[in-house]
Design a protein around this ligand. Structure first.
Ligand code: DC
Length: 224
């Protein structure tokens, strides 16, 4: 028996750290689906294609081989055999991943890929549409959010960002807007997702909260 934990939420809400730590602590597989969208953006840019041009993006998908591995150094992302993990968090990719994640063909391709990875294993999957589209039948769904100012401060610290915090705040607001207003799989809380507001929580408190929910849900059948 396998367990799918779906974590969705806004940028900077603490999804990635929480999901990774929960998976580590339970010995489950961890999948950051944002990295899969970033990997497509990476390849589109590498091939000199335009992220806004749907047919050029689809062309890139045709030759794309993607792999996600869990290692001691965290999740690693491979594009056509190359470990691209360290190149996925640049400002250039931040920008081009928005039009790419709006492209229907990309979403379909990646949703199939993400479902394949989750087959027959205990997994924590994190993203924007995990509880709504990718795994509507997940065993547990959590939606994470926090005040915009708190999220901006976290993002600035995390990226050792040289931008002013007000600019980081503006960028986040724009990302939230694009993520939640797009036509294809917009970011939204599934009706059966539990809300976790991390505005005044530490990472440890967030992780403990999630693990408590998993234990409560299925104490007798989940081997924790
Ligand atoms: O979580 P992140 O910042 O690495 O996500 C990168 C981009 O991919 C972001 O613009 C939202 C998008 N995304 C998505 O549309 N669906 C997902 N399941 C995960 C990320």
């Amino acid at each position: 028996m396998s367990f799918i934990l779906a974590i969705d939420g806004t940028s900077g809400s603490g999804k990635t750290t929480t999901a990774r730590k929960v998976a580590e602590s339970l010995g489950w597989f961890y999948l950051d689906t944002g990295a899969t969208y970033r990997a497509v953006a990476y390849e589109v840019l590498k091939k000199g294609k335009d992220p806004e041009n749907v047919s050029e993006v689809i062309q890139v998908l045709k030759d794309l081989e993607l792999a996600m591995k869990n290692t001691k150094r965290g999740q690693r992302t491979y594009v056509n055999g190359e470990d691209v993990t360290n190149y996925l968090r640049t400002d250039e990719i931040d920008k081009s991943v928005t039009p790419i994640s709006k492209t229907k063909a990309v979403r379909e391709w990646l949703v199939g890929f993400q479902r394949e990875i989750a087959r027959n294993r205990n997994i924590v999957v994190e993203g924007r549409d995990i509880g709504t589209v990718v795994f509507p039948y997940a065993n547990l769904k959590i939606f994470m959010d926090a005040d915009l100012s708190v999220r901006a401060k976290r993002r600035k610290k995390q990226k050792r960002n040289t931008k002013h915090v007000e600019q980081v705040k503006k960028d986040l607001k724009l990302r939230d807007y694009h993520d939640s207003k797009r036509k294809e799989s917009p970011l939204r809380r599934a009706p059966d997702a539990l809300l976790l507001d991390t505005t005044s929580l530490s990472i440890k408190e967030q992780v403990d909260w999630v693990i408590r929910r998993i234990k409560q849900l299925n104490e007798s059948t989940i081997p924790i």
